[in-house]
Design a protein around this ligand. Structure first.
Ligand code: HEM
Length: 572
């Protein structure tokens, strides 16, 4: 038996390699070919880029010096400052040390990262060289919550989403203030009542509830009523709404953590985050199914007539954005509708609440500005219960106050783009910081409206001060040059083709709430313990938008006789 088994000899082994070693050889060969190809391509690309750089007279901006390899010292410092709530102020201080308006650095093994401060460079990235930049990993970071949509898409898909969403916003815009009234009433009901005397209130969480209510009404045709939850939490619907509001908070915190972990963001997988995403998906899907079935039951014939894209006048009233999309295209995919809803919610809710919160923080810290604003409100609408759109157009100082608040505390404080092709930024290179700068394909450019707002070279010696008058075209007495410089450097709503589509809606909402609170409360003032603290010394939460860790605590009273401090000057 033993003699029938063939025994391999050494020569057989060499001439007929086993399956495994054959594949190993092939894999090594493929890797070597890929490496050779990659190196040659990188080298050729580098040569082309250098020629391009020379042609445009580019020079490198200053490099941030690393104390430890791979910029680890900077990463640790940023984490530390972030935990302290001071990361934006820290970055502003670093930028101030470099008058060239531009810095470059590497983080770990990532691509070169440019810190862009000069308004000309911001303009190039957002507008004139728009096509040269993309979002990098943003889509991947947002995917668990909202899939593909306006915030993450590029090219034709983004254009289609933008056209659709703009159409909806333009349609609801004229009636937006009517829709706000109910929610502002709910806000007022949560504040100290008549005769209750002066009370300390943190307005920040209430503003977040308010904007969740207005945004959900805009998108789903029915509000979440977060402001009413205390009173009505007994019903199953109210409980579901409360869970939606809580899940949304969990998800936003998770998304902001994912951003901080790039490129390891996919390692962030806590169960609470995924459960919250699933709940939100099911919640919105429920609304979509409900609106669709109501529409089918109400007018099956008219639905097919509208499928050409015309939509109906009731689009925004019955089912908000969801209803309008179904009106225009009854075959629209439900998951795609859900993504539209979540993208706009993501873009419109926290940003508006953040703006409201910072505006009131600033107003109570600047009594002369608050007094002047109250004067304008009284003069324009007197005792009328609520302002109309026309009333608000007649309040230029109100617009200046909101704009100045957005300048100093832009809700979207940081933004990043990644070059999709090699390109040039107009300024910031060389010793004097005036030469163009080469940005190679794959390199990143980070902009911060917060840091730019604090540059004295851009906004003048009072850049860090809250001075709404800087936006008054009549105030300068000069040739309007300074105002134009301020306008060019203002990008709280971004700029160029991807400028915010909710700007008008947000400004109307913020202005309306400011007027409503000023009318209802004769006293809104700073707490004694907060007096004298300079702007920027507060602790900030830099998630997807900036909020204040200390909230927006004020002392309020409906009646002037019940003020906490006669010395304060917020009364008209
Ligand atoms: C004070 C409030 C707001 C601020 C400061 C603000 C700011 C911004 C900024 C900076 C961007 C550009 C983001 C980027 O390109 O990375 C943006 C985009 C966007 N915003 Fe707003 N926003 C506000 C309110 C709103 C509201 C109320 C809505 C909707 C109702 C909205 C919807 C959007 C959408 C859909 C985009 C994406 C536009 C695109 O990529 O084409 N925003 N916003």
């Amino acid at each position: 038996m033993a003699s029938s088994v063939p025994v391999p000899v050494a020569s057989d082994i060499h001439e007929h390699p086993s399956g495994a070693s054959k594949w190993t050889t092939l894999a090594v060969l493929a890797l070597a070919i890929w490496l050779a190809f990659y190196s040659i391509r990188s080298y050729l690309e580098y040569r082309c880029d250098m020629a391009f750089s020379k042609q445009h007279g580019c020079e490198r901006p200053p490099e941030l010096p690393n104390r430890w390899p791979l910029g680890i010292n900077w990463i640790m410092q940023l984490w530390k400052e972030d935990a302290r709530g001071e990361v934006l102020e820290f970055m502003s201080r670093v930028a101030d040390e470099y008058p060239t308006n531009m810095l470059s650095q590497f983080f770990l093994f990532g691509p070169r990262y440019f810190h862009v401060v000069a308004p000309q460079n911001v303009e190039a990235i957002l507008s004139s060289s728009f096509a040269d930049y993309g979002f990098g990993v943003r889509a991947d970071v947002f995917r668990p919550l909202c899939g593909a949509g306006i915030f993450t898409e590029e090219g034709p898909a983004w254009k289609a989403s933008r056209t659709l969403l703009r159409r909806h916003l333009v349609r609801v815009q004229p009636r937006a203030l009517d829709g706000l009234r109910e929610h502002v009433d709910n806000l007022l009901a949560r504040l100290p009542a008549d005769g209750e005397g002066a009370a300390v209130v943190d307005l920040q969480p209430l503003f977040y509830d308010l904007t969740l209510d207005t945004a959900s009404a805009l998108l789903l045709g029915k509000s979440i009523y977060a402001l009413r939850q205390g009173a009505a939490a007994a019903t199953p619907e109210a409980r579901r709404n409360a869970r939606f509001a809580a899940s949304f908070e969990t998800v936003l915190a998770g998304l902001s953590r994912r951003f901080r972990m790039v490129p390891f963001h996919n390692l962030y997988r806590p169960k609470a985050f995924h459960d919250a995403c699933s709940f939100i998906h099911g919640f919105v899907d429920g609304y979509v199914a409900d609106i669709r079935s109501r529409k089918m039951a109400a007018a099956p014939a008219s639905l097919s007539e509208k499928s050409g894209g015309g939509g109906g006048d009731d689009g925004d009233r019955s089912g908000g954005l969801v209803g309008q999309i179904i009106d225009m295209n009854p075959d629209a995919d439900d998951t795609a509708i859900r993504s539209h809803v979540l993208h706009v919610l993501l873009g419109g809710r926290d940003t508006t609440a953040s703006c409201l919160s910072w505006t009131f923080r600033l107003l109570v810290r600047h009594p002369p500005v608050f007094r002047k604003l109250r004067g304008e409100i009284t003069q324009t609408i007197g005792a009328a219960p609520r302002p109309t759109r026309d009333d608000m157009r007649c309040m230029p100082y109100l617009a200046q106050v909101v704009k100045e608040s957005l300048r100093l505390y832009p809700p979207v404080a940081m933004n990043v783009r990644q070059a999709v092709r090699t390109t040039v930024l107009p300024t910031g290179g060389g010793r004097d910081g005036r030469s163009p700068v080469l940005v190679r394909r794959g390199e990143c450019a980070g902009m911060s409206a917060y840091i730019t707002a604090r540059r004295t070279s851009v906004f003048g010696p009072d850049a860090r001060e809250f001075r709404p008058e800087r936006w008054d075209s009549r105030d300068e007495g000069g040739d309007g040059e300074e105002l134009q410089r301020c306008l060019d450097a203002f990008f709280a709503f971004s700029a160029g083709p991807r400028r915010c589509i909710g700007e008008d809606f947000a400004l109307a909402e913020v202005s309306y709430v400011v007027v409503a609170l000023c009318q209802a409360f004769q006293i809104i003032e700073i707490l004694d313990e907060d007096r004298g603290k300079p702007l920027g010394s507060e602790r900030q939460n830099t998630g997807l938008v900036i909020s204040c860790m200390e909230g927006c605590k004020v002392r309020m009273s409906r009646c002037a006789g019940e003020r906490g401090d006669e010395g304060s000057a917020t009364k008209t």
